[in-house]
Structures are given as C-alpha cells and as structure tokens.
Write a protein of this length. Sequence first.
Length: 190
Amino acid sequence: MAKQKILLMLLAVLAATLLAAGGCDAGAEKRDPGGMEPQGETRALLLFFAEAKAINSGKQGEYGFVAPVVREVAAGEDPVEAALAELIRGPLPEEGNFFATVPSTARVLAVQVDGPVVYIDFSHALLSDSPGGTLSGMVFMQSIVFTMTQFPEIEKVAVLVEGDPWCDGHMIWEEPLGPEDIMISTVEGS
C-alpha cells in the first residue's frame, strides 16, 4: 500500500512537471487546430488579383483591373517567392469577389533579383492554361507588377516563360515594367 502511494505521488509530480513545462509537446512547433501548418511569426503581403467589379464593368480602379488582398505568410519565407506562390494559389473565397490571375498549374522555375528588377521565369503552363485574350494578359501583367513592386527593392518586373520573354499572342513582355508602364487610361484625358 505504501509503495502504491509513493508511485501515485511520483506519477502526480511527473504529470505536474510535464504540465508546467508545456506538456509532452513542449519545444515542438505550435500547430493550427487541424494540425496541418506551423503557426508563429507571420508577415502580411499584398496580392493583386483580378477584381470582379472592374472586369465585369470594364472600368479600371486605382490599380487597373486588379485590387490588393492582404494575406499572411510565414515570416521566414522569402517574400518574393511567397507572394508568387500565393498568386498561383489564387484568391480565397473569404477575400472577396476576385479572380485568379495566374493559372494554378503554373510553376515558378526561377526568380532573380538584379538591382531594382526581378526576373521571374514560369513554366509553359502560364501560357497554355491561361484563359487568353488581351484583357487577361493585361490583368496578369498588372497582378504581377503590383504584387512584386510592393517590395522596396523592386521597381520593375520581367516575366519569362521557360527562358523566353512572356508572349500571350497579344503582347510581348520584352522589357522590365513598373507600375507606371502598365496602366492604361480608359477615359481620354485621365
């Protein structure tokens, strides 16, 4: 009987010690309730997706046919690569009435920042799985340029497809472009 009391007290002390130290999982990364992704330090990124209202009306807003969405990503990720991955992921239903600007099948093959210019090389799926058309090409350009130029070190963007300048059959992206290069006035004099 005395041995059982001592064993029970030792178990109680052990349990109390584990609870005080954060449980059996102390030192492990915190996980979301679904247990899928580590939670911790995050950073906010702006992602520019096609705004349904602008697309449907044909009237550009402040950023053309795209508008910003704020999304949190892990702070340790490279922000340029994280932003590209989130653009490929597309808009989430809770973010509002937006359309994807990059096909979900597209892959980033390489990213190179050279001074104030970022060069992004995509897989061929960027073109083959795109809806096509002049408006779609303009929306894609606005999405990529505004998303990338949110970073202070980036002023212009060049997009390649498997090493060649992006060309959707309507436009060719031969030179790096900044926000001032991609805005088209839809009303004369504006």
